[in-house]
Every structure is written in structure tokens, then in C-alpha cells.
Write a protein that binds this ligand. Structure first.
Ligand SMILES: *[C@@H]1O[C@H](CO)[C@@H](O)[C@H](O)[C@H]1NC(C)=O
Ligand SMILES: CC(=O)N[C@H]1CO[C@H](CO)[C@@H](O)[C@@H]1O
Length: 388
């Protein structure tokens, strides 16, 4: 007994990789440890640079993937700014991460079909979670996960943060547009346009999970939650009922690739949405008609930066313009890292985490897309949006 305790101490003291050792380091630096779950295109191009800019706030301790090769490649990319990062893979690697007390939070960039299962396990293991959108593939599945999340609270433990990365709620231009709409309101009509040429030149064209026949919605679900998030933010209301026609026009894309919809919101606004992944042009915009002015938001570029141009045409006075370059993805990751740091080492509670990333917001975005698809299945009949 004594001998084994003694041996444990020696191991803890000398093995720099032991989690006690790592935990001591984390405590000393007061920086939470984060594991990146997923090392695909988006994780490498967006999450890794974002964490590189956040080394003073949080430390990437592990990169996990289902495959060893992808995990190791991912960890190599991170090593430069997080020298102790470990590659972990498969079920065993995931279990190690969930059991590691030096890892306080996980960022999931995985296919929509598998995310919720891993999210549930991570939350139960007490890890703070940031997951990519869409939060789930359908509302029933999300409801089930929410129930499990609420059970953590019912057991008397403060549940960890569960955040969903829906970067549109962080885009400065869309936030500015929402302010102008409020000023010009009440809002009575909105027109949403989302045109994309989703062809083989696009890095997401051949991603397998978006093409899974079991996934209802394909690109319309994956991308559609963004346009709905923008709509809800800019117009300041919830979509309550919809009528829609979904179509499958481009055989190289999973169905549906086109959607035309009519909808009503709880603030008296009515609108139309046209979404196409088989267009030859690219345009994303919201044009909002209000009693005291019109607010127009369009995807645009300025000084070689992609972003949104917002124009406000008020009833009285001069029109105004605002260009906001894209910053939503790094900003939402930054908000999560700071939230985790202040919950783990400060006095913040997880219920005080940034509300723009809350799961209750994210579920509405999926619910609206689901209502569009249900309405289309019923030949465009009016369908109510059922979130939770
Ligand atoms: C994809 O669409 C864009 C925009 O229409 C076009 O410029 C590009 O050539 C297309 N690529 C292929 C492989 O069709
Ligand atoms: C006319 C047409 O395009 N019909 C298709 C519309 O999209 C749905 C969902 O993908 C298909 O089932 C229809 O065949």
C-alpha cells in the first residue's frame, strides 16, 4: 500500500505528461486546456488559427480525429504554438480526453450526424462544449440531447457550458443591421436571398456527411441555418409559420438543392426566402422593409476583405453605410475560450456564457429549416415552426 502510493508520487513527479502534472501547469498558468475534436478542412482552416490567436487565454492540449493519420497531421499543425499538444484518435483516444482533468473544454468540428452523441458524452464528463452548427440533424434529436443536459442540472451539479458555433450571430455587420432595423421599425417585410454555386471547386462539395441519404436537408440544412440565424438576428423576431417548396435540380448535389419559401414572424414581419446551391452566381443578403426606413445587407468585399455591406435608407435624413469584414468564427471561438477560462478559474457560471452561442438559439435555426422541409413534403402547406 505504502509502496504503491510512493510509486504513484514518483510517477506524478517525474512524468511530465501525467495529468496531475498537466493540471498543475494549467492551474499555475490559469489557462483552461481545450481539445479539438475533428481535424477536417474547417477545423484546420478556422479553428486552428483562432486558437493560435488565443494562446494567452486557453491551451490546445489535444487534437482528436476518428483516424490516427488525420489526428497526427492535425496535431503537427498545432505544435508550433502549442508544443505539448497530443494527437488522440478513435474511441480510446476520445475516452482518454474525456477522462483527462487537464482538459476543461472541447471544440467539436465533426459531421452533424455524430456530433450530438459526442456532445452528450463530453457534457456528462463535465467538459465545456463548443460544437459546430447545425446543432443536430433534426429537432427531435436535439430535444433528446437537451433533456439529457437538463438532467445534469437536476442532479444538483452546475452543467458545463454547451455552446453552438453559429458565427452569424457574431458578425459585426449583421449586429449593426439589427440596430438600424430596430431604429426604423416596426419591420413589416423581408426578402432573404442565398445563392451559391456549390460545385467541385468548393472544398465542401464532396464532404460525405452532407451527402448521407439519411440526412434530411443536405446543404439546405447545413448552410440554411446560417441564413435563418441572420434573419432572426436582423429582424429581431422568431419565424412562426412557413410554406415552402424544396427541389432537387442539380444531380451532382444531394437533395434538395433549392428552396423557395414564404414565412411569418412573431413581430408582424412576413417574408420570402430563396436559397439555391445550384446557382451560377453568388449572393447572400437580407433586405428589410420597416415603417421608418429600409435596411439592406449584402455579402460584399472591401479592401480585399470578404464581409457584409449594410445600407440604411431612413425615411428622414441621409442614408448610412457600414461594411463589416467577416469575424464571426474567430469571435465565437474567442468568446467560448474566455467563458471557459472565467468559469473554470473565475467566478462566472456557465449559464452566464455568451447567449449568442446558446443551444436554445441554435435549435430555432434548425427548427425553421425542418419546417421548410416538412411544408414542402406536404406540397407547400402552411407548417408551424416547433422548436422545443
Ligand atoms: C463553380 O462555379 C463557379 C461560379 O459559378 C465557377 O466560377 C467555377 O468555374 C465552377 N467550377 C466548376 C468546376 O464547375
Ligand atoms: C420537381 C422537383 O425538383 N422535385 C424534387 C424536389 O425536391 C424533392 C426533395 O429533394 C425531391 O424529392 C423532388 O423529386
Amino acid at each position: 500500500m505504502i509502496f504503491s502510493l510512493f510509486l504513484d508520487e514518483i510517477i506524478a513527479d517525474f512524468d511530465a505528461d501525467s495529468y496531475r502534472g498537466r493540471q498543475a501547469v494549467a492551474m499555475a498558468e490559469q489557462k483552461p486546456g481545450i481539445a479539438l475534436l475533428g481535424a477536417g478542412v474547417f477545423a484546420c482552416s478556422q479553428y486552428m488559427p483562432s486558437f493560435r490567436a488565443l494562446t494567452h487565454v486557453a491551451t490546445l492540449r489535444a487534437v482528436w480525429s476518428r483516424s490516427q493519420e488525420v489526428a497526427m497531421e492535425g496535431a503537427t499543425l498545432v505544435k508550433e504554438y502549442s508544443p505539448d499538444v497530443q494527437a488522440k484518435w478513435g474511441e480510446e483516444g476520445l475516452e482518454e480526453i474525456l477522462a483527462d482533468e487537464g482538459i476543461h473544454g472541447v471544440a467539436l468540428v465533426l459531421p452533424a450526424q455524430v456530433q450530438l452523441d459526442v456532445v452528450n458524452r463530453a457534457l456528462k464528463a463535465g467538459k465545456h462544449v463548443l460544437q459546430e452548427k447545425p446543432v443536430g440533424t433534426n429537432v427531435a434529436e436535439i430535444r433528446n440531447a437537451l433533456q439529457q443536459y437538463q438532467e445534469i442540472a437536476a442532479s444538483g451539479v452546475e452543467p458545463p457550458i454547451w455552446a453552438v458555433a453559429e458565427n452569424y450571430r457574431f458578425e459585426s455587420a449583421l449586429i449593426e443591421a439589427a440596430k438600424w432595423v430596430k431604429e426604423a421599425g416596426p419591420v413589416f417585410s423581408v426578402h432573404v436571398t442565398a445563392e451559391a454555386a456549390m460545385n467541385s471547386s468548393n472544398p465542401y462539395f464532396s464532404s460525405a456527411w452532407r451527402r448521407d441519404p439519411g440526412l434530411k436537408g443536405g446543404f439546405v440544412l447545413d448552410g440554411g441555418v446560417h441564413f435563418v440565424a441572420g434573419l432572426r438576428l436582423i429582424c429581431g423576431g422568431e419565424v412562426t409559420s412557413v410554406s415552402a417548396v424544396a427541389r432537387h435540380l442539380e444531380p451532382s448535389l444531394p437533395p434538395p438543392d433549392n428552396l423557395s419559401a414564404l414565412f411569418q414572424m412573431d413581430n408582424g414581419c412576413t417574408g420570402t426566402l430563396v436559397m439555391s446551391y445550384s446557382a451560377v452566381t453568388k449572393q447572400v443578403g437580407w433586405r428589410v422593409l420597416c415603417q421608418k426606413g429600409t435596411v439592406d445587407v449584402q455579402r460584399s468585399t472591401q479592401d480585399n476583405k470578404h464581409g457584409y455591406l449594410v445600407q440604411y435608407f431612413p425615411l428622414e435624413g441621409k442614408s448610412k453605410k457600414y461594411f463589416g469584414p467577416f469575424s464571426g468564427v474567430p469571435d465565437e471561438i474567442k468568446a467560448f475560450a474566455h467563458d471557459v477560462a472565467s468559469v473554470v478559474f473565475g467566478s462566472k457560471t456557465s449559464s452566464e456564457a455568451d447567449p449568442r452561442s446558446s443551444v436554445s438559439e441554435a435549435v430555432f435555426d434548425v427548427a425553421v429549416i425542418e419546417a421548410f422541409l416538412k411544408s414542402s413534403d406536404a406540397k407547400g402547406s402552411v407548417t408551424s415552426v416547433e422548436a422545443v
